[in-house]
Ligand binder design. Structure first.
Ligand code: COI
Length: 381
């Protein structure tokens, strides 16, 4: 299964794909790594290695390898640079108390990667290969996975696929690169577990019916940046988007799905509309919240229901979910004509009890502190 000893080249880490391993001759020193792991932030530092695999129409997938982390050599005419033929995923590797390293539902990320690939006319990475690529990288860079008990830290894994064919005609590329990079990660928001504020965008739309909203492609995120800048200018951390047709229904927050907690214990999240990203954390929260005794509803919820619910007290908590964001409480909703505070900010830093219990239930499961009855964890190292 795994063989990363001795010579720098030619060793293999195999599952389904056969990864050639080329270890870097100048890995980060233990001191440098310790400094990163002590305060990782999010997406700022990267491990010593990365996975690469190439695909062409003629050869299919080939030349899979774990290789030193380095800039890519890509033609300036590569299709990805001009037509954004690109997809990615995000998931984390968690260190458990016994030292083992686990991924949370990686097969669900793999399935979404396949759906995204289909939508962006990119080749499929079979699910086993997707997981074997994660395992190959984490095996080689295991020392970069933060220790158990070091707070909410993990190794964030970022698989991606880009169209590298140098051709300016608009058509599916015949040459593609798949890669995985890894980055030690702490909380996504520097508010820590404290609530973030949301700007309700009434002008920018994230995704349209029939568009790419359900795919995890870079273009969706590029299209969200102007609204994010507007949110920041209005003192908010993130954006909530409305649907493209009626401009009435809450969709999602760009990098997170949204959940609304009602005073009777119900939890509502916008139903999957085709233009909402089907979050792995979202799907998990629906099941975990039901385990905790909540009635969960996937349905349309309007901006008016959100605002009226806060004003009347019927909506007691709002939170967002995502791999990077985990469970992030939302403490404020602002838009061009209004500003509302959500929840009681004098208690527990404004983190409501339902949000807190779902958050700890999820984290306990991911870090192996509670049993995993659904088999959601996959061992990577
Ligand atoms: C994730 O939660 O992993 C995401 O991909 C969201 C974001 C950081 C782009």
């Amino acid at each position: 299964m795994r063989c990363v000893t001795g010579a720098n080249r030619g060793a293999t880490v195999t599952d389904a794909w056969n990864f050639e391993v080329e270890l870097r001759s100048d890995p980060a020193t233990a001191e440098a790594r310790t400094a990163v792991l002590a305060k990782p932030g999010f997406g700022q530092a990267f491990t010593d290695h990365m996975v690469l695999a190439w695909w062409t129409t003629e050869r299919g997938w080939h030349d899979q390898k774990v290789t030193p982390y380095a800039p890519l050599k890509v033609s300036p005419a590569a299709a990805v640079l001009h037509y954004a033929q690109e997809i990615f995923e995000g998931l984390k590797a968690y260190r458990h108390a016994d030292g083992s390293v686990w991924a949370f539902r990686p097969e669900v990320n793999a399935a979404r990667f396949s759906r995204s690939a289909q939508r962006l006319a990119l080749p499929d990475v079979p699910q086993d290969e997707f997981v074997s690529a994660l395992r190959a990288l984490v095996t080689v860079d295991e020392v970069w996975v933060p220790e158990a008990g070091s707070g909410e830290t993990s190794l964030y894994l970022r698989p991606y696929m880009i169209a590298t064919e140098a051709a300016l005609s608009v058509r599916p590329a015949g040459e593609v690169l798949f890669g995985v990079i890894a980055s030690p990660a702490g909380p996504y928001f520097d508010t820590g577990p404290k609530p973030v504020s949301i700007w309700l965008s009434t002008t920018s739309i994230r995704a349209t019916p029939g568009g790419t909203g359900a795919a995890k492609c870079g273009g969706n995120y590029a299209a969200s940046l102007a609204a994010l800048a507007e949110a920041t200018a209005n003192g908010c951390n993130q954006v909530a988007y409305l649907d493209a047709v009626e401009r009435r229904w809450i969709e999602e927050s760009g990098s997170m799905n949204l959940f609304f907690v009602y005073s009777d214990g119900r939890i509502v999240t916008p139903e999957l509309s085709g233009s909402i990203l089907e979050g792995v954390t979202r799907a998990s929260v629906l099941e975990l919240a039901a385990d905790l005794g909540h009635k969960v509803e996937e349905r349309r919820i309007s901006a008016d229901e959100w605002r009226d619910g806060i004003r009347s007290g019927e909506i007691t908590e709002v939170f967002a979910s995502g791999t990077a964001a985990v469970i992030t409480p939302i403490g404020r909703l602002a838009w061009t004509e209004g500003d509302l505070t959500i929840g009681d900010h004098s208690v527990n830093h404004g983190v409501g009890p339902v949000t807190a219990s779902i958050r700890s239930t999820l984290l306990d499961l991911q870090y192996g502190r509670t049993p995993d009855p659904r088999g959601w964890l996959t061992r990577l190292a």
